[in-house]
Design a protein around this ligand. Structure first.
Ligand code: ADP
Ligand code: MG
Ligand code: ZN
Length: 612
């Protein structure tokens, strides 16, 4: 159950209760609670929500569990009881949740089934239930009568077949025409996989949608499924972050199983970066779960026949942090950029969403598109929605320019906090910064070649990025590490050269460079002055409850050495960039113009600037 995110939640039909019935229920509950409390014979048993019970289990507060189809009874540990927990927690099981057992096993909690199901009913409780039930029936009957007479219409939700095809189409997505064009091919393939197979055409297995949040990546994936008329299975990488070892991997396995059973399908993995982060730099075992999930995903992707009619799509706004294994041929080897829309695109998106809103005749969507630079599809949908709310509050017959203006101001205010729009000056700084990384990477002997440089903001943190063709490395030599340090500091060096001052944008680089330099000194014994010695970092020592494992003198020496390594790397980066000042400026200017450069474009910009 948890594996799938059906297009319409299965329980949608339960969600919308009529207001009258809701009030009645609350009333009934208010009467029932005192009765139930009065008859509760066992003071040390507590009924809690299923989710809370799972948290208790995860927190290790549960010693033993008894399960029926309907109920979970959990005996608390002595430690938990000392801390004030009751002897027993009871929760109603959520139908279809099959993770409980894996959780129990992961936590080594003893568990057993118990017969029959619902526990022996308490007569008073039964009476209360009967009264409540009768009340609801009467209420429902009266409301039905009313609705027949047209007084109070009872809303009924249409429940879509969750396994059916997606109903989203390309018409619902606007302003991202290039992405749509690239995805056309996938649609063709999904419609007639036989044709592609017959011709021996190589079809992509995995398509990665890359772009800032809210640009319509999820929407596009659904639209591909809708256009092709195939089922859409989706999970979000973020769901895996907090789960227990083994659960993520088994969810991935099930997801692929279900899709395979359908023959043709789209499997969509949202927020791929949450599971697909680079594996190499984890020193602790804390990322086991993510790694298992990622490995399972790789296994599944390698395991199916690409001509079978299953396409795996994924979305991320941080492609630069993905594990390179994910991007290899046969996996997510096709990247589709879903970028922020231009004014024409914004107008088209507004038009899509205006289909559901009644607009005044004086509304000029082109004007609104002009007024909303940097807005993504989700923001524009939000503007129309806010405007409709304002119009409704003012009792207007239609949404006018006044409401739209106010709505834009509101959304901008929200965005300024959340999604800082990069102004021109900042863009220039970022352009030189990234150009610096890229040029140093191309100049030092051992760095991996640059695949792409970009100043298109990705999410809140990264203002730009330089992506290198990384390989899986087990061993690195000193000169390689020094080269890497120079590349990391290349951004800062470029800012220093071009603007004569530094910005706050390089703090992450500095953090990574510092940690690398520190490891060179403390773990790899690469500093002559400190010598071939392994020194535990203070943090690791403290975690084990030890006091500082080294003397103040050693600490000071390490600090000095780290500083020197970093200063030397920075000077080196500055020297490299100074000799290539023309290239640096040329690459930065191109970045300002195009937003991002692929390897060939980067090399062309560099070469054009160097006199032959
Ligand atoms: P992402 O997955 O890129 O973060 P979503 O697809 O979740 O973005 O977009 C959220 C909502 O914003 C969509 O459901 C849709 O209403 C609106 N939206 C975003 N992009 C577009 C677009 N290009 N065209 C139309 N609507 C869009
Ligand atoms: Mg999304
Ligand atoms: Zn940087």
């Amino acid at each position: 159950m948890a594996v799938l995110k059906p297009l319409t939640p299965m329980n949608a039909r339960f969600r919308r209760r009529t207001p009258g019935a809701g009030r009645l229920l609350r009333l009934a509950a208010a009467c029932a609670v005192p009765v139930a409390l009065a008859t509760c014979s066992e003071p040390s048993e507590q009924t809690i929500a299923y989710s809370r019970l799972k948290e208790r289990i995860a927190a290790g507060q549960v010693r033993e569990v008894r399960l029926s189809d309907y109920q979970v009874q959990a005996t608390s540990t002595t430690a938990a009881r000392k801390a004030g927990a009751p002897e027993r927690w009871v929760a109603t099981r959520v139908p279809g949740d099959d993770q409980l057992v894996s959780l129990l096993e992961a936590k080594h909690v003893q568990y057993d089934g118990f017969g029959g199901g619902a526990p022996r009913p308490n007569p008073v409780a039964v009476l209360v239930l009967l009264i409540v039930g009768a009340g609801i029936l009467v209420a429902a009957w009266r409301m039905r009568r009313n609705s027949v007479r047209g007084v109070s219409p009872v809303g009924r939700m249409r429940v879509k077949d969750s396994h059916g095809a997606s109903e989203t189409s390309f018409d619902d997505v606007a302003g991202v025409d290039e992405a749509k064009e690239e995805l056309e091919e996938i649609v063709h393939f999904l419609r007639t996989p036989e044709k592609f197979a017959r011709l021996g055409a190589r079809v992509p297995r995995g398509v990665l949608l890359v772009g800032p949040p809210g640009t319509g990546k999820t929407l596009l994936a659904k639209a591909v499924a809708g256009e092709a008329g195939v089922p859409f299975f989706s999970i979000s990488g973020a769901e895996f972050v907090e789960v227990y070892v083994g659960v993520g991997a088994s969810r991935v396995r099930k997801l692929f199983q279900q899709a395979r059973a359908k023959g043709r399908a789209i499997i969509f993995i949202d927020e791929l970066d949450a599971i697909g982060k680079t594996r190499s730099n984890s020193l602790t075992g804390a990322n086991d779960e993510r790694e298992q999930t990622l490995n399972q995903l790789l296994v599944e992707m390698d395991g199916f026949d690409p001509r079978s009619g299953i396409i795996v799509m994924a979305a991320t706004n941080r492609p630069e942090i993905l594990d390179p294994a994910l991007l290899r041929p046969g996996r997510f080897d096709r990247q589709v950029l879903v970028d922020r829309p231009d004014p024409i695109g914004r107008e088209a998106i507004l038009r899509v969403h205006a289909r559901n809103v009644r607009l005044d005749d004086d509304v000029d969507l082109a004007h609104i598109a002009q007024r909303t630079p940097g807005f993504v599809g989700a923001d524009l949908a939000n503007v129309l929605n806010e405007a409709a709310l304002l119009a409704a509050r003012a009792d207007k017959p239609a949404v006018g320019m006044e409401e739209l203006d106010a709505a834009i101001d509101r959304v901008v205010a929200g965005l300024e906090k959340k999604n800082r729009l990069v102004n021109e000056k900042e863009r220039r700084i970022v352009a030189w910064h990234e150009a610096g990384h890229a040029l140093v990477a191309e100049s030092v002997p051992t760095a991996e070649p640059v695949k792409k440089v970009s100043i298109i903001p990705r999410g809140a943190a990264a203002l730009g990025y330089t992506q290198q063709l990384a390989e899986d490395r087990l061993l690195m030599q000193e000169d390689e590490l020094l080269d890497r340090l120079a590349v990391l500091l290349g951004g800062r060096a470029a800012e220093h050269i071009a603007f004569g001052k530094l910005s706050t944008g390089a703090s992450n680089d500095l953090e990574r460079a510092t940690s690398l330099a520190r490891r060179m000194v403390c773990e790899f014994g690469m500093s002559a002055r400190v010598g071939p010695i392994s020194i535990a970092t203070p943090a690791a020592g403290r975690a084990r409850g030890e006091s500082e494992p080294w003397s103040d003198e050693t600490a000071a020496r390490v600090e000095r050495e780290v500083q020197q390594i970093l200063a030397a790397a920075f000077d080196r980066a500055v020297a490299i960039l100074e000799t290539q000042r023309a290239s640096l400026d040329a690459v930065a200017e191109r970045l300002l113009e195009f937003g991002s450069l692929h390897r060939e474009e980067l090399l062309r910009a560099m070469n054009a600037a160097t006199p032959a």
